[in-house]
Write a protein that binds this ligand. Sequence first.
Ligand code: DQA
Length: 145
Amino acid sequence: MKILVVNGPNLNMLGVREREIYGTQSYAELCAFIEACSAQLGVACELFQSNYEGAIVERIQQALGREDAIVINPAAYTHTSIAILDALRAVALPAVEVHLSDPAARECFRQVSYAGMACEKTVSGKGFEGYREALAYLAERLKNA
Ligand code: DQA
């Protein structure tokens, strides 16, 4: 079982950007956390981060025949990108949306999630733990498929 974990723009700035919202841990620490969770759950993970919408679309397309499921934090593209929504729909792999913060409790421009419309589940406001929850859900989902 292989799960692609996609992180969108500015998540490479974790630990530096808005620490009161996103915490003090770095992107490298997030990657180590995701790898440890995957190992515990007995799944393989592929990590991908980009600040570019088109690169994210292309990586989602490449998941077809390569990975079995997708965890995605599209970051700001959550609220703007129909292209990412369409890519998720195109590959039609089971997907879970993750947000470190809780966008529902923030500015009005964060209230819509396009990517979320192609996801089976959304985990928000749980920090790094949200990725564990998403991976655990997909590991269970793939086992039962
Ligand atoms: C985010 C929430 C988005 O609204 C924001 O643009 C981000 C990060 C989160 O993980 O909480 O960059 O996706």
